[in-house]
Design a binder for this molecule. Structure first.
Ligand SMILES: [Zn+2]
Ligand SMILES: [Zn+2]
Length: 347
């Protein structure tokens, strides 16, 4: 089968590999119908994910059809249409039982697919702990509608959930890329008083303005964002800040835009260390929540999609067959043609 493979930093190649087989009783083999490319894949390409193992198939965002299951798998059966979770988790350890599935203590716990074990920019993928890693897609939900459930949308959902957003809150979202927009969609479900989205890319600004006209969009290259947020919030800054962009500038903005005692949720994956200037922040008493998605709400997300409360299909701006995945990366890495997300057809 064809599989897009991480060879060494800077180099991904589309190559022939053996079709994966079941290795454990809890595994499933999924025929990938539609996959996507995540910015984390590009981080791997740049060598910024030290855990990534050369030789593995890239890809951790996909939907497919279950082809085979191990004898201990009970939640899905061959023929089911499913979303694949970015995270592998056993469902039984201390962290899993508390919903912190990103920290599952299994040797493949957390983000393993397309990083430490073979992922899904391929024709088939082996999914460990299939009862946890796969969620069935309702008949009325299309593959396109479900494509982002296991990763970017799960991340946005988790970010909104842990930010403890109330109806009186002014929420700032830093970053209007795919994860930023998924975060925005999930923040909108919380009905905060106002949402301010901060983005510099004119195409992304236009996309957000076109699709979500109630959101205030600011470009820090044109506007003094600190002033803007102060003027558009009641207590001298945002009640909640969600940092989804991942640059040193946005990391700094995140704590600067927050009012005292605000929650700052940092979900971005940075390519370098960031500094927390604690002397300057002293007395602001901020609550920081950081890290990688606990992707255990996929059934709820799928239900929200079924009820038409979340629609991420406008994010799919490009579609390519697996054979042309190179071109998809080229467009995405260089942000050509107003790209937001690409869908890769694997069959
Ligand atoms: Zn991802
Ligand atoms: Zn676990």
């Amino acid at each position: 089968m064809l599989a897009y493979t991480y060879r060494e930093p800077g180099k991904f190649v589309l190559e022939e590999k053996k079709k994966p087989e079941l290795q454990n009783l809890q595994d499933a083999i999924v025929k990938v119908t539609l996959a996507s490319i995540c910015s984390s894949d590009i981080h791997i390409k740049h060598g910024a994910v030290p855990r990534a193992v050369p030789g593995i198939t890239i890809g951790h965002e996909m939907v497919g059809i279950v082809e085979k299951v191990g004898s201990e798998v009970t939640s899905v059966k061959p023929g089911d249409r499913v979303t694949v979770n970015v995270e592998t988790f056993c469902g039984e350890c201390f962290f899993c039982e508390n919903g912190y599935v990103n920290n599952c203590t299994d040797e493949n716990g957390g983000w393993a697919l397309g990083c430490r074990i073979d992922g899904g920019q391929a024709e088939y993928v082996r999914v460990p702990y299939a009862d946890q890693g796969l969620n069935r897609i309702a008949d009325s939900v299309t593959n396109e509608e479900a494509l982002f459930v296991g990763d970017v949308l799960a991340t946005g959902f988790w970010a909104a959930k842990i930010s403890e957003i109330g109806h009186q809150d002014t929420v700032v979202i830093l970053g209007g890329g795919p994860t930023g927009i998924c975060t925005l969609l999930c923040v909108m479900l919380k009905n905060p008083k106002s949402i301010i989205l901060c983005e510099v890319d004119p195409d992304r600004i236009a996309f957000v303005k076109e699709h979500y006209p109630d959101v205030l969009v600011v470009n820090p290259k044109e506007v003094d964002v600190e002033n803007f947020v102060r003027e558009h919030s009641e207590h001298g800054g945002a009640d909640r800040v969600l940092e989804v962009a991942g640059s040193p500038q946005t990391f700094e903005l995140a704590w600067k835009l927050a009012r005292p005692n605000a929650i700052v949720t940092v979900v971005a994956l940075y390519e370098e260390a960031q500094s927390l200037p604690l002397p300057r922040m002293y007395g602001k008493n901020l609550i920081f929540k950081t890290g990688g998605v606990d992707g255990c709400d996929c059934d709820e997300i799928l239900r929200l999609i079924e009820e038409k409360k979340i629609d991420t299909t406008p994010l799919i701006t490009h579609e390519f067959p697996l054979q042309e995945i190179e071109k998809a990366y080229e467009i995405l890495e260089n942000r050509k043609e107003k790209v937001i997300k690409v869908a890769i057809r694997c069959i």
